[in-house]
Design a protein around this ligand. Structure first.
Ligand code: TMP
Ligand code: ASP
Length: 238
């Protein structure tokens, strides 16, 4: 796999071209950011763990008929993906209330929601990814009604699959963020990553946080939490 030109550097990943126009190489970085990169750190070993975790979860989603960009894990820090045009709408699904939902609306922390809450955010770092409605996305042509319906349907399926997957590992999937893209044929597919950077995971028994909230809230042992998630995921296939 030839590492070509760098197309893009984000907060947690770099993206490179390859010899195949439809295939990109993603490098998982050790950088951790929070609050739209106002808080930053380097954490040796994070890139390797997120590459392992996200690759394994995308493989599981592929086995469960969720169309997605993942192709192959190449080495410790790299994976190949199908090239997509990213839909500039981030999709957050919440099963339990916490985070910005509680800050924004003043609702109680830790309430189990009767059904998953799906929220849309405009993917724009300069604006700090503001929350939007479906109409904003349609009116400003970030997506279409049909695409948003499909996005919501896939998102709810992913929520159901991953909630069960993690429950078996003794973990509550509290909330998570997904991104979607359109491939060269215009098909809508799941993109980006699924990892402790983009999900909230709570240990079922102790309630311990096993995700990036340990960094956001200065709880310590951030890498240990990511390692614990990988330990449980990898134990599943043994
Ligand atoms: P929030 O409560 O901070 O809005 O986060 C909701 C979920 O989305 C949580 O699992 C973390 C994830 N998330 C990201 O992956 N990227 C982001 O930029 C933000 C704000 C949240
Ligand atoms: N991903 C965002 C950032 O890097 C926000 C977050 O995850 O808290 O700033």
């Amino acid at each position: 796999m030839e590492k070509g030109k760098m197309l893009y550097e984000g907060k947690a990943k770099k993206m490179f071209t390859t010899e195949d126009d439809n295939v990109l190489l993603i490098e998982y970085k050790n950088s951790l950011t929070a609050f739209n990169a106002q808080k930053k750190a380097e954490m040796e070993g994070k890139g390797v763990l997120n590459n392992l975790i996200s690759s394994t979860i995308f493989k599981f989603l592929t086995e469960n008929q969720i169309p997605n960009h993942f192709l192959e894990k190449i080495d410790d820090n790299h994976q190949t993906v199908r090239r997509v045009e990213i839909v500039p709408v981030e999709v957050v699904t919440r099963n339990i209330t916490t985070g910005t939902l509680c800050k924004r609306l003043g609702v109680e922390e830790g309430m189990k929601l009767p059904y998953p809450l799906v929220e849309l955010y405009f993917k724009n770092d300069e604006l700090g990814d503001p929350i939007i409605t479906e109409d904003h996305a349609i009116l400003f042509k970030w997506s279409s009604k049909e695409e948003l319906d499909q996005i919501k349907e896939i998102t709810l399926k992913v929520n159901s699959l991953l909630s069960d997957y993690f429950k078996e590992l003794g973990i509550i999937l509290v909330d998570f963020k997904l991104e979607f893209g359109r491939d060269s044929e215009g098909n809508l597919i799941l993109a980006d990553e699924v990892s402790p950077d983009t999900c909230r995971f709570w240990d079922i028994k102790s309630g311990e946080k096993l995700d990036k909230d340990r960094f956001r809230k200065d709880l310590g042992n951030v890498l240990g939490a990511y390692e614990e998630i990988w330990k449980r995921i990898s134990s599943r296939d043994e």
